[in-house]
Design a protein around this ligand. Structure first.
Ligand code: ADP
Length: 158
C-alpha cells in the first residue's frame, strides 16, 4: 500500500493546494495532508482552523485525511507508515529550498522518496501569503481559495 504525506502550513489552503491534493490522491493509495504546527512561524489560522478547512474542502476525496504534525517530517511520515512525501513546485524560486529539503529527508531516511508535482499553470502565482495580503485589505479572494476558505477569511478579517 502506497501512503503519501503532503506536508505544509496551509495558512490558509488555496486552490493550488487543493489541486495538488486531488492529483496526489490519484497517485497513492492513501494521502495524509500533514498540517505543520510550527512554533516558530506565526500563522493567521490555528492548526485546528487549518485542519477543519482542509477537511471541508477534501470531504469528497475518500482516500484523503488531514492531520497535524510537529517536529521532524520524516518522523511523522514513518509514524504513519508512509514512504512518500508530496510537494508542489510553482516556479524556479521554490526549487532550491525544495531540493534541499528532499535531500535532507533522504539522508535522514533513505526509504522515503519525495515526489514533486508541477503546479497547474493557472495556480503558479498563488500562495497563502498572497491570499492573506489580499484578504487583509478587503480584497476578493474567491478565485484563489475554495468558497469555505473564502467565507472563513472574510469572517476572520471583519
Ligand atoms: P510551506 O510552509 O511548507 O511552504 P505551504 O502551505 O506554503 O507550506 O505549501 C505546502 C506545499 O504546497 C509546498 O510544497 C508548496 O510548494 C505547495 N504549494 C503551495 N502553493 C501552491 C500552488 N499554488 N501550486 C502548487 N503547489 C503549491
Amino acid at each position: 500500500m502506497k501512503i503519501g504525506v503532503y506536508p505544509g502550513s496551509f495558512d490558509p489552503a488555496t486552490y493550488g493546494h487543493l489541486d495538488i491534493i486531488k492529483r496526489a490522491s490519484q497517485l497513492v493509495d492513501y494521502l495524509i495532508v500533514g498540517v505543520l504546527n510550527n512554533v516558530r512561524k506565526k500563522p493567521l489560522l490555528t492548526v485546528e482552523e487549518r485542519i477543519k478547512l482542509l477537511q471541508d474542502i477534501t470531504e469528497d476525496l475518500d482516500n484523503v485525511s488531514v492531520e497535524a504534525f510537529s517536529g521532524l517530517l520524516v518522523d511523522f511520515v514513518k509514524e504513519k507508515n508512509a514512504n512518500i512525501i508530496i510537494r508542489g513546485l510553482r516556479a524556479v524560486t521554490d526549487f532550491e529550498y525544495e531540493l534541499q529539503m528532499a535531500q535532507v529527508n533522504q539522508s535522514l531516511d533513505k526509504n522515503i522518496e519525495t515526489i514533486f508535482l508541477a503546479t497547474s499553470v493557472q495556480y503558479s502565482f498563488l500562495s497563502s501569503s498572497l491570499v492573506k495580503e489580499i484578504a487583509k485589505f478587503g480584497g476578493n479572494v474567491d478565485s484563489l481559495v475554495p468558497q469555505k476558505v473564502s467565507d472563513y477569511m472574510k469572517k476572520k478579517y471583519i
